[in-house]
Design a protein. Sequence first.
Length: 132
Amino acid sequence: KGVALLMCLLVTVTSLQSLRNTNFTYLYRQSNTFLEKTSAYADVDCLCIYDQSYRVQASYKELSQYKSITFLSVNNLDMLSELSVSSNDKLVVTICGTDKNYVQRVLSDCSNLNKSKHLGSYSYSNSYYLSE
């Protein structure tokens, strides 16, 4: 009985020491590399299209890097051409939720954008760089 108590105490002390010395700098392991990659687009505006608002939270770190963020619900996609970012010559589009060809919709509604490059994904989001 004494050995079991000693083992529990050692495991507890070791676990607490490990947690104290650990630095959690990202939510998902692959997001660290993704955030480094997307930081190169800090001078570009971002359009965030979401289907459920709770899915945006996991993308906050990425979204906060961009020059500006415009949030658009999938229920309001008809307003896309009215947004000021629709006239940009470059744009990052982050889709939080189920990706149903929303990038193609942005490309068709924003006539000055015709190329898309997938930057990456994690959690609920996929991000694309759109340009002329």
